[in-house]
Design a binder for this molecule. Sequence first.
Ligand code: FAD
Length: 454
Amino acid sequence: MDASAAPILVWFRRDLRVGDNPALAAAASSGRPIVPVFILDDETPGLRAPGGASRWWLHGALAALAADLDAAGSRLILRRGAADRVLDELIAETGATAVHWNRLYDAGGISRDTEIKSSLKDRGIAAESFNGSLLFEPWEIETKAGSWFKVYTRFWQACRAAGDPPPPIDTPRAMPAPGAWPECDDLEAWALLPQAPDWAAGFRDHWTPGAAGASARLKHFLSDSVESYADDRDFPATPATSGLSPHLAWGDIGPRQVWQTAMAEAPAGAGRETFLKELVWREFAHHVTFHQPDMATQPMDAKFRDFPWEPDDDLMAAWQQGRTGYPMVDAGMRELWATGTMHNRVRMVVASFLVKHLLQPWQAGEAWFWDTLVDADPASNPFNWQWVAGCGADAAPYFRIFNPTLQADKFDADGAYLRRWVPELTEGGYPDPIVDHKIARERALAAFKSLKRE
Ligand SMILES: Cc1cc2nc3c(=O)[nH]c(=O)nc-3n(C[C@H](O)[C@H](O)[C@H](O)COP(=O)(O)OP(=O)(O)OC[C@H]3O[C@@H](n4cnc5c(N)ncnc54)[C@H](O)[C@@H]3O)c2cc1C
């Protein structure tokens, strides 16, 4: 085959969209045939396989991406297996001479992709990677000394000093098809959706995975909520936040699209500014994770390696199932199970409760969130767990212990959130607290002090 007419494989991963997709746009600009592919890679060692709720999301986002590619005269080829092997098979089947993808920033993704890139290049296959998931690359934002940031405010200032992020890239006007399409798996046969029991009924009412769902959410947020976002974002009964996190986690929408649309359509003010700062928290989580590759398993603050955790399956189960006897904690855990998400304020309360009141290791909570959140993200999830546990970047100090009852009084004063998720509060039958707040608080502080002495 004439090399200038050989296809380019565009390997989709956490960038499940055709708009603002640098890897796809670069392939399209070559005028060569494009073979879009998604590989369900549960085999490469060290790569974090998506949890149950994320797989539910992935199914919907892949179906939406396939429909968008069909509408553009292209297709989405689905394959399953270790990505290096599957790419080799596709190269052999299609005669492709180049592979394009948008980068991942967690240790497992980087290590797999680096090996694949060098192996492809060794064999004369062009391998090109792009930034499709972040406002700025993690290495582009640096301290004056050329190092990485550990304090959010300084990171935010450096991002702002870097100017507006590059604008999103246009959707390609044409995606030429190859002479023959390679075989494609049946999405249903991947069984990403739960069967028996179907625990995702509540997810369907709540979410529309895919690019169209993402733009509808963004539009709705910018017209209805952004102006009051700074005042209302901490109140879990108020629908004041964007709901974009799973779309961003899977790349149904890119952060540059969100940034530019917010700048163009939202009035300047505290609401927009606070929202952009939250997007930059997401950047910060990726920046830190890139520079601290064992974020998901090891505390950034090394003294926490010796923390006297007291792992206990019964306590874990009570927390997971929302029967701790603390309404704010139980409401959050039940919201998570029913919808695949939990309000940010409540995430902080339940995570703090697990780590401080119950002395369970933050890694156990992180793993549960990884399995149950639709927005589970290899950077944001470990980063935020470490932040709450007091061992992460710019973290909440361990000795500042949330009182879950006071948190409910403050952020759900009329009880609307609690009544929605914990109806037994009014109907009767609600359990007693599994730990006494005062005793648990003192025990946590003593554990922390023992650490300091070491
Ligand atoms: C223990 C814990 C675990 C978390 N795990 C995740 C996770 O796996 N994936 C995830 O996307 N977020 C995670 N978060 C952060 C945050 O709770 C969610 O991003 C937010 O609730 C999503 O709702 P939203 O899209 O309506 O957010 P908005 O309030 O509308 O914020 C806009 C966007 O900013 C980003 N963002 C906001 N807050 C944070 C934050 N603290 N850290 C990183 N990005 C942020 C998200 O992409 C979000 O969509 C976690 C927070 C805690 C306390």
